[in-house]
Every structure is written in C-alpha cells, then in structure tokens.
Write a new protein. Sequence first.
Length: 297
Amino acid sequence: MTTDLLLPGTTTMDAVTLHVADLPGMTDYYRDALGLEELPGDAARTAVDRGSPAVGRADTSVLGRGRDALVVLVHTPGLPAPAPGQAGLFHTALLFPDRAALADVVARAAQHPRSIFVGSADHLVSEAFYFTDPEGNGIELYRDRPREQWSWHGGRVAMDSLPLDPQAFLRDHHVEQAPSTAEVGHVHLKVGDVPTARAFYVDALGFEVTAQWNGAIFVSAGGYHHHMAMNSWGSRGAGARAATIGLGQVSIVVPTTQDVDALAERLRHHDIPAQHDGRTLRFEDPWRSLLEVSAAR
C-alpha cells in the first residue's frame, strides 16, 4: 500500500468509551482495581476534547492517569448485555512503561474481589495479563519489550502466546511504587470474519497488517506490533451489533486535520458513510462498532 493510503506513523489510540449499566460500580472498579483516577471536569474535557461528546454529563465518568484519559464510562440504562457471539469489544489493552509498573497494576487487579483473571502470556513483543471487568468487558494489562528485540520477517512481526507465570512475574517484579503513566496501547475487537475486517481496517482506514493467524488479524501504523486487532474466535458469522452495554466507541488520534481530511477522502472512495466536522471523523465498521478519528492539533 502506498504511503498516501496509510495512516500516519505517529497515529495513536485514545480513550475507549464503554456503555455501562452500573456507573458507580464500574467507576469504583476502574479506580480501585486498575489504579485509574476519575478526572475532574476540566481535565476530562482537556484529555478527551477530541473524543466523547458525553464528557461533562452527570452520567459519565472519565478515568485515566494524570491528564491522560484511558476509559470513558457512560451510564446507558435499559441496555441488555451482549448476546453470545455478538461482535464488539474483545479487550481494551492498557500499556505500562516497565515490568515494575505492570506488576503493580496486575497485583492490584488480582486482589480486587470483582476482577476475573483470564490468563497471561508472553507474546514475544510484550508480556500481558488478562482480566474481565464486572460487566464483561475484556482488559489487557501489558508492557512492551524494546523494539530492537522484536523480530520482523517479510513485513510481519513475530508474536506468540507462550506461558507466563503470573506468580513468578509478581514475585520478581512487584514493588510498592507510585502509580506510573499508562496509555491505551491497542484495542482488540470481535468481528464476524477476518477478510471483511481486513478490507475495512487495512484497505479503507489505512492500517498495515503486522500479523495474521488463528482467525485473527493484527494491524498498526508506524511499525508498532499492533494498534488494533480483530478476531472471529467466538463471533464467526456475526452481523451488525445490537444496542447493548459494552463497547461505545474506539478513538484514534492522527497528527493533523490534513490527516483527517485524507482519511475522509479514503472513506468516501470506499463508500463508507462518515460524519466529518473538519477535525473529527465518526463512522462505523461493518459490524456497527463506532470509531472516531481525530486530529491531535
């Protein structure tokens, strides 16, 4: 794919918006289990001024580290839980700067009575621990190995799911420390099929494929191992999403409004409807998962 059809190399992920049934309980969970802070009004608006229109409403909590918003929780009463096999969120992946910071948040999450520990894995490019929040949303907590240790072959990065002993990891790396920085490293979605996901996220949006295996595709901008992933492991054949609690919006940030304009043109070329206000694009993927792409400046 030529560079004018790609997302910029400095593209990043922004806060993930979740529709929730129990706003106080979910706010407490993300604060107490993951060590996030509920951002006050002005900081929340600054942190996600490119994102959720729900910011500032009484039925919304914005949580993050410092002034970086990571999760936006929107109370949406009356919505059911997603049906088995529905497309939507697989997990939100929060990236921590080093093993000590990761061990600190993993220990915290593991001790929380409402956490469900799903597993852990050494992915070669990263070390990751998986949890499920009280309303069934997947969470990955991870740290990257240095990029010079990643192995690339023919434009694909080597990733795997090797055993990672959580007890040994905590024993070796857990020390009491002040909360570190964190960011949304990637977002992993459930989709109906991988070829359609590739056509949308690669051909139309402009991500590049970094890996594809076992019913999943991993895509990124700028040579990261992946900013997004899509799998059909439990959702093969899924159609358009119903309105449920869970995923509300995936937010992506590109450097400039010119980059937003270029993406808007690509979406028009692929006949993908979008709302474009000059700085932000809002549109849906083939399974009606909402995405927003905004300019950092």
